[in-house]
Write a new protein. Structure first.
Lengths: 138, 138
DNA sequence: TTCGCTGCAAAAGTTTTGCATGCAG
DNA sequence: CTGCATGCAAAACTTTTGCAGCGAA
């Protein structure tokens, strides 16, 4: 694939994802946000660009529990440097980042033991965040 | 919800998932397999029953990388007893099961440190299995 | 017999594609 | 200028739903 052209639309999508860093956005939500910011764009362009951005590694696609559409989030450089993991709260959909040397070592050992290689960028845990746990057990 | 009736269709879907234990099947694939076994069924019934089965905990729903439909797999009792983890090979889509006491402990510690609770049934790692690694680096 | 399950068809929602036009390089 | 990206509309797919009729309990 040849390198992507820097079009207004592509930049607007990236900006939108950056401004909402930490959230998971659907293509439809991106359309809505950009419309509200008076940055008109076609939905198909969003889909096409998101596919490009995922392939380029600038954006991560993930599917949440029981939803039948994809969510996208920006991957910052920091994120690539400091190896860390993600947890998505199944109650409030919050995305938590956490680093854990211990877990990192355990995963490394598991890789060797089982003769596979994990894609560390794709490690996402699901569970309940502390906020939701407190709400449920006050 | 009242308990499910034991209909022919429900049993056929469960049998199909059991016969293909370890694989990830789409609703459409289940339809195809049952048709080939001369066990006619409606696609909407498959969707409805899969939703029931997931809610009952007999079946697990998961979304694979880049695909925009859901995959379903049978959850056996063994699987619930022996806590283990899953890895899906992004090359061949194989589903690997592995146990790892070390990883289990590391995750437990991470839970305490970060004040969240992980849903261990939903822990799925993505990566490359040994077969595909060998193919790529012979 | 009763009420939930099924199957069909239609609707709703998500994602891709064809094609004429626009615009980055 | 040239050719890739865009926008629109239509198509392709996945999933849900309404409703009449079937069948498990």
């Amino acid at each position: 694939m040849t390198s992507q052209r820097k079009t207004r639309q592509r930049q607007n999508i990236l900006d939108c994802l950056k401004e909402n860093y930490g959230k998971n956005l659907t293509p439809d939500e991106i359309l809505f946000i950009l419309k509200k910011q008076s940055k008109p764009i076609g939905l198909s362009t969003i889909y096409r660009q998101l596919n490009n951005l995922v392939e380029e590694g600038l954006v991560r696609r993930c599917s949440l529990e029981g939803q039948n559409c994809s969510y996208y989030q920006y991957v910052d450089e920091e994120c690539l440097d400091n190896e860390h993991y993600h947890m998505i709260c199944s109650s409030c959909s919050a995305l938590l980042h956490f680093q854990d040397e211990n877990l990192k070592k355990a995963l490394f050992k598991a890789e060797n033991k089982n003769h596979f290689i994990l894609n560390s960028q794709k490690i996402v845990f699901y569970g309940k965040c502390s906020k939701c746990l407190k709400k449920e057990n006050p």
